[in-house]
Design a protein around this ligand. Structure first.
Ligand code: FES
Length: 336
């Protein structure tokens, strides 16, 4: 399988990326142009002029209109062509596609699937990114690996011993098995409890907690939708929960083999004043290593001329369920 479901909300941008200028991005193979209108709402249009194959993002704004940089055809926020400079009025029906948008900062969600399908379900809720008490830092990364490789990677964190040993609390030699893998028609989640252990250096630097005391950790991972992965990590001491963290990945296919990753790290509880900068640095480095492996796997897949069957182990349970859900969504879309 080397594709992605189309009828799904995906993150198109972060709120701070979209302003008065013209923001261009390829999303599920579509060239998309985004800008913020004078009432503060985000507009997303197909980034191709209806007249010739030229990107509207190479043009300019005139108030809430976009003017093509080639012959000056002008479009409003609904994608309707409202002016053709060389004639009195635009041809009837001249239009580019406008995509439904829902903004819930820091994410701007887009629907590029079947028109009207967006009304059946809203984008997933992300209260930890909006609610009081939580803080977040984030970054956008582009990875030359498929959406499926990314989901499978984040649903099996047993790679930490080989790839990120400094993230593992001292004395923990193996991750306990997944305690509960919950599967619904559209989502998969697991829970794992780690035995008591002192803080790893990164945990101590971020939380400012005692480095001798033993803490337990609860980790959960959730395939929320094809466009969203959520991992939680709670550090609990003798007095209860000390620090809760959420790593959010907005995963948006750019093409069948490349993906935009909108990474957010959120936290609440015991944290040092510069926890945001520290967490951003820790998870940036982690992402560097993850993405190098994922891009290598994508190259191996692209180069393999004969399909292979790869082994599955117990730790792959959640990833296999996620793969099945994506596969059945893709098949259902193909059958329609
Ligand atoms: S290509 Fe845009 S106006 Fe001609």
């Amino acid at each position: 399988m080397n594709a992605y479901p189309r009828d799904c909300w995906y993150v198109a941008a972060t709120s701070d990326e979209v302003g008065d200028g013209l923001t261009a991005r390829r999303i599920l193979g579509h060239p998309v142009l985004m800008f913020r209108t004078s009432d503060g709402s985000v507009v997303a249009l197909e980034d191709r002029c209806a007249h010739r194959p030229y990107p509207l993002s190479a043009g300019h704004r005139e108030g809430d209109l976009v003017v093509c940089g080639y012959h000056g055809c002008t479009y409003d926020g609904t994608g309707r062509c409202v002016r053709v400079p060389s004639q009195d009025s635009p041809p009837s029906g001249a239009q580019v596609r406008a995509y439904p948008i829902v903004e819930r900062a820091p994410f701007v969600w887009i629907w590029t699937g079947t028109p009207g399908g967006e009304r059946l379900r809203p984008p997933p809720a992300t209260p930890w990114l909006q609610d009081d008490g939580w803080s977040s830092v984030g970054e956008l990364r582009d990875v030359d690996a498929s959406l499926l490789l990314l989901h499978e990677h984040y649903l099996d964190l047993t790679n930490v011993f080989a790839m990120h040993p400094e993230m593992v609390p001292p004395g923990i030699e193996a991750l306990p098995p997944l305690e509960a893998v919950e599967v619904s028609e559209v989502s998969v989640s697991y829970v794992r409890e780690l035995p008591g252990a002192p803080l790893a250096p990164w945990e101590a630097q971020v939380s400012g907690l005692d480095t001798v005391e033993l803490f337990s950790r609860t980790e959960t991972g959730t395939f929320v939708t094809p466009g969203l992965h959520k991992q939680t990590y709670a550090i609990t001491g003798a007095d209860g929960a000390e620090l809760e963290m959420v790593r959010t990945h907005g995963l948006t296919p750019k093409s069948p083999t490349s993906t935009h990753v909108f990474l957010q790290i959120s936290w609440r509880g015991s944290a040092v004043p510069d926890a945001g900068a520290r967490l951003a640095a820790v998870f940036h480095e982690m992402a560097n290593r993850d993405f190098a492996v994922l891009e290598t796997m994508q190259r191996c897949l692209d180069e393999d001329t004969t399909p292979r069957r790869y082994l599955n182990v117990k730790a792959d349970r959640a990833a296999i369920f996620a793969r099945r859900i994506m596969q059945s969504m893709i098949e259902e879309e193909r059958g329609r």
